[in-house]
Design a protein around this ligand. Structure first.
Ligand code: ADP
Ligand code: MG
Length: 262
């Protein structure tokens, strides 16, 4: 990858420029440009298959872009800059870049053979080299933050879906990320468990965390997010303040999509 490099900026932890992602002949992301400000809470909505998960996965380099650039905290994620050329990186160097983002998945992705506490300390201890005692103390504080102070020793199977997702959020926070990425964090939950997860997410948002949230929870996007992006077919169709995009959508596709929720 070679291109003109602009200087580092710190007020936008995420800068996405003309991002293209193709799987074979299928173009899944078709020129996405999006900057996320520090402390901003961005909602991404859109129909299934529109590329929302792929976009998030590109931001932490779980997927490698076909074209365009992504910077996280000023660095081109997945690359080291040498002069005016970007060289691909891997291993610990990539892991360090990835640690700036904390990812929360639809299906929690907890280690089933580890307790809540062990899930949370795994990455701090094994990737970042934090000593076990410090990592455990932080993990207990995080469990308290997500309302699970008394479930440190529970295994995922002993927890409800909502509790598992809150452990997953605590685990993501344990990496002390600059940006939190949520991919439909409540879509796999029974309806009565959605609220407890959204409450935790709201508290994280209010703490000033920069967040990108892919969600179908329109009310959450409306109440908690600063900006809403509507995606379809790998493109940003419409974006703006939640009150504009959600209450008064301009594009026909946005109107049709939101019509389903009424
Ligand atoms: P969304 O999250 O909006 O539902 P995705 O990003 O999961 O959309 O998927 C967008 C499109 O990319 C879909 O057509 C999906 O089948 C395709 N896709 C996603 N991941 C892969 C992959 N690893 N290989 C091939 N196609 C993929
Ligand atoms: Mg998805």
């Amino acid at each position: 990858m070679q291109e003109t490099l602009s200087p580092k900026t710190s007020d936008h932890p995420v800068e996405i420029n003309s991002l293209v992602k193709a799987f074979g002949a299928q173009v899944v992301l078709d020129g996405i440009s999006l900057n996320v400000k520090a402390g901003e809470v961005l909602a991404i909505i859109g129909p299934s298959g529109s590329g929302k998960s792929t976009l998030l996965r590109c931001v932490n380099h779980l997927e490698k872009p076909t074209g365009g650039t992504i910077r996280v905290c000023g660095d081109y994620i997945g690359y080291r800059r040498k002069g005016n050329v970007l060289r691909e990186i891997g291993g610990r160097e990539l892991a360090r870049q990835r640690a700036r983002t904390g990812m929360v998945f639809q299906n929690f992705n907890l280690y089933s053979h580890k307790t809540a506490l062990e899930n949370i300390i795994e990455s701090p201890v094994h990737v970042r080299g934090v000593d076990v005692k410090t990592a455990k103390a932080r993990a207990h504080a995080l469990l308290e933050r997500v309302g699970l102070a008394d479930r440190a020793d529970a295994y995922p199977a002993q927890l409800s879906g909502g509790q598992q997702q809150r452990v997953a959020i605590a685990r993501a926070l344990a990496g002390e990320p600059e940006v939190m990425l949520f991919d439909e964090p409540t879509s796999a939950l029974d309806p009565e468990l959605v609220g407890e997860v959204l409450t935790v997410m709201r508290e994280i948002a209010e703490s000033g965390m920069t967040m990108i949230v892919v969600t179908h929870e329109i009310q959450f996007a409306h109440d908690v997010c600063n900006r809403v992006v509507f995606m379809a077919d790998g493109k940003i169709v419409e974006e703006g303040a939640p009150g504009d995009v959600l209450d008064n959508p301009q594009a026909e596709r946005t109107q049709a999509f939101l019509g389903r929720f009424n």
